[in-house]
Design a protein around this ligand. Structure first.
Ligand code: DX5
Ligand code: ZN
Length: 218
């Protein structure tokens, strides 16, 4: 179903070849490039700062979707916008003022999204939806690629889609998305899919056609 968008996560890419990997997934049909920013505090892993995201920027010809798994988050929004993020997604759980965080993202001119961890109910975003271009429903506990899909995410996607009504707001699902888990998510109303291990598995910058096969299978 090509009305959906595939956003490969470079967390599963070759950490010594990000430029080549980004060009490879885009040449093979990626709709967006998903950049997982982790601070070793909000999640038990550490990845990219603003300088790295700035270095990725010239290689991204589609849309750079920056997922901030950091807390506190407000003090870094400007830096990731400056680095060239097209979309900045903050976590609802990152601090006491998600409404102010979304206002700050919008003020940079980037598209803005709110992300819900698996334990956070859909109702949490009732007063945030009007600020959002996207809601990210986490289908794993954030921090790593290759984790097992959490089935209750399907029900949450359905609830979020119901809350959105006829507003133009994307629902992105992130974590354990693969050919076996994507079907119910599409039916539930998700339209954007992050996939790390399901896209990069078995491929390399020297065999990018594997990335294309993996993306088309989703
Ligand atoms: C997890 C990240 C996800 C992860 C997805 O904290 O937000 O984007 O990279 O990897 P897979 O698709 O392998 O679960
Ligand atoms: Zn992510």
């Amino acid at each position: 179903d090509r009305s959906i968008k595939i956003a490969p996560s470079i967390l599963s890419a070759d950490f010594a070849n990000f430029g080549a990997e980004i060009r490879a997934i885009e040449a093979q049909g990626a709709d967006w490039v998903h950049v997982d920013v982790m601070d070793g505090h909000f999640v038990p892993n550490l990845t990219f700062g603003p300088p790295a995201v700035k270095a990725f920027r010239p290689h991204v010809k589609t849309f750079m979707d920056v997922h901030l798994m950091i807390s506190p988050v407000d003090q870094y929004i400007e830096a990731y916008a400056e680095a060239g993020a097209d979309m900045i997604v903050a976590h609802y759980e990152a601090g006491p003022h998600p409404h102010r965080t979304l206002q700050a993202i919008k003020a940079t001119g980037a598209k803005c999204g709110i992300s819900l961890n698996p334990g956070t109910p859909a109702s949490a975003i009732e007063y945030l939806l009007d600020l959002c271009d996207m809601v990210l429903v986490m289908s794993v506990n954030p921090g790593f690629g290759g984790q097992k899909f959490i089935p209750s995410s399907v029900q949450k996607v359905r609830q979020v889609r119901q809350m959105i009504g006829d507003r133009e707001i994307h629902i992105q699902v992130d974590g354990g998305v693969d050919p076996n888990t994507v079907g119910p998510l599409v039916e539930a109303g998700a339209d954007c899919f992050v996939a790390g291990s399901a896209v990069f598995k078995g491929g390399s910058v020297d065999t990018p056609e594997v990335y294309g096969q993996n993306m088309r299978a989703i």
